[in-house]
Design a protein around this ligand. Structure first.
Ligand code: AMP
Ligand code: GLY
Length: 426
């Protein structure tokens, strides 16, 4: 019997997951809670209203697929899994993302390579540590901070200011009660994502994203201004190293600690410049956004089978996922000003242009108004994604599509260098 899907979330990642699931022979309807201007069958309840999500899913024969970290870390899987199928980690397993000190201790105990670190709950002790070290540092709020609680410091003054911002001025609320101070690593960053059922982990296609707001990786960190798949810097040897020494080890160690991890596990890695060794910078307990968009474009297999296999603990019975050989590139179009103040409510033109079959416009911060117009409603607005016979083709097709979309020259912004200036395969 066909199933319905209820996707929880409203970003480009959720649009891409729903788009892919809607192609499955096993899926009849895809609902979104709350979805965006590009998705249909949107439900208006909040992503943390677990009782409404649960009763809708029961009534409509839905499997619940959770996109963002917030409902996961608040325990949506704990709340729903007794009565319906829900895809994602429990609140306890989601601590890999919700507490940086939990994640760092876990990696240390299980010999998973990560930067040297110390945790502090006393700002004076944290400052003493900074005064007494000669190393370059990164200061991180322990809890969730929408990607903004990490300070990569060029000098001691930066580090002391970061401690003040997180622990004294409490710019991230209680997420800053504890901080992690890490040694700064140098190299290239890669997003490595796998799908786990608690025992087995199946790798997704490799990907990279561009986190900074401006070209040449300048300016503030964002959720991600663009992405591409496959990664340009993961050689075969490195791929197997990451699978065996990081991804499998993480899943086996979580299981050994009676805290099995089910769902997408995303390791944010730094491939260290001198040694080419992978280090885990962070875990996320969900798909990456915007990495999800090009990964979904390249997936030949039926995502539904793998989500079902993950929930039922049967991933070991499935074949490896088949991926298109063709690369895919996603350009994020944002409201100018993001990740700080920006406008919203601008009418987006050009969404019905004649885009080729290799292009998909994934919506994020958009809403559909009563006259069926699509308006901007958030910082990251669209993820314009193209798949192509080679990387340059995918890239230029994505940029050609971007040029057909318009909501005001002073209001729209995108990076011009997605996929450029990235080192080729080692
Ligand atoms: P996180 O949320 O922990 O991944 O940190 C956000 C970003 O900060 C990462 O994507 C990196 O660009 C940077 N970062 C985090 N930790 C380190 C580190 N130890 N060394 C260098 N850069 C880092
Ligand atoms: N693109 C980075 C993230 O999803 O956290």
């Amino acid at each position: 019997m066909k199933k319905n899907i209820l996707i929880v979330g409203s970003g480009g990642r959720e649009h891409a997951l729903g788009w892919k699931l809607s192609k499955s022979q096993s899926v009849s309807m895809v609902y979104y809670c709350p979805g965006n201007g590009g998705t249909n069958n949107n439900l208006s309840f909040s992503i943390t209203d677990f009782s409404k999500i649960k009763s809708f899913a029961i009534k409509n024969n839905c499997i619940v697929v959770v996109g963002p970290e917030e409902p996961l870390t608040k325990g949506i899987v704990n709340e729903l899994s007794d009565s319906i199928s829900v895809f994602g980690p429990t609140r306890e397993a989601a601590q890999l993302e919700s507490s940086k000190s939990f994640a760092k201790q876990f990696m240390k105990q299980n010999n998973i390579s990560t930067a040297e670190f110390n945790s502090f709950s006393d700002p004076e002790k944290a400052k003493d540590f900074v005064y007494n070290t000669n190393k370059s540092l990164v200061i991180k709020a322990d809890g969730l901070a929408a990607g903004k609680g990490v300070f990569v410091c060029d000098n001691k003054e930066n580090a002391l200011n970061a401690i003040d911002s997180i622990m004294i001025r409490k710019n991230f609320g209680n997420s800053g009660n504890v901080i992690v101070i890490e040694e700064r690593l140098f190299g290239e960053e890669v997003s490595f994502i796998g799908l786990s059922d608690g025992n087995t982990i199946i790798p997704m296609a490799t990907a990279q994203d561009h986190k900074r707001i401006y070209d040449n990786d300048k300016g503030l960190n964002t959720g991600g201004m663009g992405s591409f798949s496959p990664s340009k810097i993961i050689s075969n040897d490195l791929f197997y190293d990451i699978i065996n020494k990081i991804m499998k080890k993480t899943i086996h160690s979580m299981k050994k600690n009676s805290n099995p991890f089910v769902g997408f596990l995303y390791a944010g890695l730094m491939i260290e410049k001198d040694t080419q060794k992978p280090y885990v910078l962070e875990y996320n307990v969900r798909m990456g956004d915007p990495e999800c968009q090009p990964i979904m474009m390249r997936m030949n297999s039926d995502l539904f089978d793998y989500i079902k296999g993950s929930i039922s603990g049967t991933l070991d019975t499935l074949a490896p996922i088949s991926w298109s050989e063709n690369p895919a590139v996603c350009i994020v179009m944002a409201e100018k000003g993001y990740p700080l103040n920006h406008e919203k409510g601008n009418v987006i033109h050009g969404l019905n242009s004649n885009f080729g079959h290799n292009i998909k416009i994934f919506h994020a911060g958009t809403v559909r108004d009563n006259n069926n117009k699509i308006l901007t409603s958030g910082g990251r607005v669209l993820g314009v994604t193209a798949i192509g016979s080679d990387f340059d083709r995918a890239r230029s097709d994505a940029y050609d599509a971007v040029k057909k979309i318009y909501w005001g020259k002073d209001n729209q912004y995108y990076r011009k260098d997605i996929g450029l200036n990235v080192k080729p395969t080692i």
